[in-house]
Design a protein around this ligand. Structure first.
Ligand code: TA6
Length: 298
């Protein structure tokens, strides 16, 4: 039976929990309920933590799994129903959840798994300029895989429409050597070419800056990394869209929290509800967005 050790740590200004078992190690911050790193024993890290990450309050860390909620990316690029939920003028990129402190609800061991659960109490009507009563929880279960679930429940009297993503940064040996399988033949929105809709031919490989929204995604996507002889698998639930991002050379140089060559070692595949895949929550309804992250040899 696995045993888990739980320690609290301060990284810069951020309260974190480090959870270690004989099989894996996870670091999670209270701000954003953000996983910062995840590594299995005997393997390179599965999730990427930038060498130049900045751990300050009010800023999402360039690492792990930021939670984008209740909208993804630039609010102006979201469907009108998502935009209409926000009453403010300046809408921060990727929503309101990733830069706020969440509350730890509990850490619970059951057999070979450990579950850590957080809630964002402000989502129940207290978020600035987003006056909707939604219960928002994130749970992370460490077991054979790492399973993340983002649960939104509408406690109010009118429908609420959101877009969202588990904006996962994966660690790779060299992004120029890996491929993403599961996207073959899918339509995608090329955000770098005026948001034109295109069709993916074959598996996705990387030769330039990439920022795409894949549509009608299957349940399973994988990153095949021949240098590390590793296949990372993402099994999702409650999602029919995924964002795939790598900033490449010029964009990486512009990011203060990424080394100039940091783009080579990371790849974002974001389990999402974006574009025409947003979530409309009727009063009393609940949505669960999940991703289970596992790995094996190729
Ligand atoms: O998910 C892709 C994306 O929206 C990109 O356009 C890129 O800007 C990235 O997220 C990171 O956003 P951030 O606000 O964390 O710098």
């Amino acid at each position: 039976m696995a045993t888990f050790k739980v320690e609290t740590e301060l990284h810069g200004e951020l309260n974190c929990w480090r959870i270690t078992s004989d099989r894996a190690e996870l670091l999670i911050a209270q701000q954003g309920a953000q996983i910062l790193s995840y590594q299995r024993v005997g393997e390179p890290p599965l999730l990427w933590l930038s060498d130049q990450a900045i751990f300050t309050k009010g800023k999402s860390v360039r690492a792990g799994v930021p939670v984008c909620w209740p909208w993804f990316g630039n609010l102006q690029r979201n469907p009108a129903a998502v935009q209409g939920m926000y009453r403010g003028k300046q809408a921060p990129a990727h929503g309101l959840a990733r830069t706020r402190d969440w509350q730890l609800l509990g850490i619970e061991e059951a057999g070979n798994t450990l579950r850590i659960e957080f809630e964002l109490p402000e989502a129940q009507g207290e978020l600035p300029d987003w006056p909707h009563d939604v219960e928002l929880k994130l749970s992370a279960v460490m077991g054979d895989a790492l399973e993340l679930s983002l649960i939104s429940r509408n406690r109010g009297n009118s429908p609420v429409t959101i877009s969202q993503a588990l904006h996962s940064y994966f660690a790779v040996s060299d992004v120029r050597q890996v491929r993403v399988e599961g996207v073959e033949g899918l339509n995608y929105i090329e955000t770098l070419a005026d948001w034109e809709q295109r069709q993916q031919q074959g598996a996705l490989t990387f030769t330039a800056e990439t920022d795409r929204i894949y549509l009608n995604t299957p349940e399973r996507l994988s990153i095949v990394d021949p240098h590390w002889n590793r296949r990372i698998t993402l099994s999702s639930g409650g999602s029919r869209s995924a964002v795939i991002w790598n900033p490449w050379t010029d964009r990486a140089r512009e990011l203060p929290d990424m080394a100039d060559d940091g783009w080579q070692r990371m790849l974002c595949i974001e389990t999402a509800n974006v574009w025409n895949d947003v979530v409309e929550l009727q009063p009393g309804a609940c949505s669960v967005l999940t991703v289970s992250i596992g790995s094996g040899v190729i």
